[in-house]
Every structure is written in structure tokens, then in C-alpha cells.
Design a protein around this ligand. Sequence first.
Ligand SMILES: C[S@@+](CC[C@H](N)C(=O)[O-])C[C@H]1O[C@@H](n2cnc3c(N)ncnc32)[C@H](O)[C@@H]1O
Length: 227
Amino acid sequence: MRRDWDQRARENARHYVVTGQRVWTDEEFYESGEITMREDILNDLANICRGRDPKEMTVLEIGCGAGRVTRAFAGFFGAVCAVDISREMAKRARQAVRDFPHARIYRNNGKDLSAVRRHWWNRLGIGAGVQVDFAFSTMVFQHIPSREIIENYVREAHRLLRPGGLFKFQVQGAPLPGIDPGNSWVGATFTEQEAREMARRCGFEMRYHNGAGEQYFWLWYFKPENT
Ligand SMILES: C[S@@+](CC[C@H](N)C(=O)[O-])C[C@H]1O[C@@H](n2cnc3c(N)ncnc32)[C@H](O)[C@@H]1O
């Protein structure tokens, strides 16, 4: 997976992140992150912030690509950390958030969040342990063919989230016809029932979902307050 994504990043990172166009100016690319911000975050603040000031919140993004959403997050939340399997993508994401000292990009191992380290939190004065108030992922799990890896990320998000926190993410809800499911472009498909069972196995409550049976199947997993 890493080799493929490094190769895609070298070839045309922004195109593989958002396939809508081949050539993106900085302005257009970062505006697409602001659109995600408006559509998936700003219209859902009751679930995401639960009454908290966003500037007091630490958020996590899984699979940040070239940093278009990470940058929008950095303009809104108090602290942002993001992981990506690809060194080349992570390099571009660091460039995207270079003006935001409270944003940190980690290249991770493609299966867990052990790369998200404590020392950065301590430096920010956020607290002794690594804990986040909100976790997010879009257009990443739809590219991961292994259910085990996706579920491991869900378990890891549960580990890092504060009690009551939300992991909002998108998986593939419908198979894409004509593409070999074994490659690193097309991810595992989930039904509503499978998504619900995965939430339960990983200690989450799946409170909402949207887009079952479609490519963009969104899930709202809440970590119970008493965990
Ligand atoms: C289509 S891009 C989307 C990037 C970003 N989420 C966005 O919306 O702009 C998919 C990203 O997921 C990353 N990725 C793929 N498999 C991954 C894995 N197993 N762990 C972490 N990142 C992964 C790729 O390197 C790539 O940067």
C-alpha cells in the first residue's frame, strides 16, 4: 500500500487525493478542504464539539493525503494531528500546514496509530496522555482492501478518543464494478449490519449512519462516556 501511494503522490498527489481534476492550483485544492469542512464538520458541530469550544479541542485525521482537510482543520481546531501511510503524501501535508504550528503530521505504518506520540502533546501543554476529542477520516478506508486493518484503525481511534468523543468516518458501502478488489485502490465494502457489528466489537456506539449501499457510507461512532 505504501509503495502504491508513494508512487501516486509522486505522479500527481492532488489528483489521486481528489480525482475530480488532474490539475489543481493551491487555491482550488485547499478550497476543496474547506468544502469538506463545511459539509462534514460545520453542519455537524453538535455531534463533533458537544458544546466545547473548537479551539480547545484536539482532533485526529486518519489518512490525511496532501493535507487539504488537515489544513482546514488547523484553521478551526485548537490542535490537529494526522497520519498517512505514504511518506510522499505526508511530506505534502506538512507543506500544507507549515503555517500552523499546532498541526502535526505523522507517517504511520498503515495499520495503527502508534506513530501518534506523546511528546508533541506534552509540548503543546495539552496533557499527560495522548487523547483526542474528535477523530475523522474520509476517502481512506474506501481504499483499504483489508477489513482487519480498517477494524484495527477503529479500535485505535477508540483507544485515543476521550470518553464521549466521536469518530466520524467514511467506508465503502457498495462494491465498485470491474475493479480487482485485491489492489490498493478499492477498499472493503461494509453493509449497515457489518458496520454496526464492527462498532460493537470495538467498544463504540454507532449512533448514526448515512449512505448505506453507496460508495460514501458515513458512520458516526461514539465512545461511551463510561469507558
Ligand atoms: C484518496 S486520498 C484522501 C486523502 C484525504 N483523506 C483527503 O480527503 O484529502 C487517500 C489517502 O489515504 C492514505 N492511505 C491509504 N491506505 C492507508 C493506510 N492503510 N493507512 C494510512 N493511510 C492510508 C493514502 O496514502 C492517501 O494519502
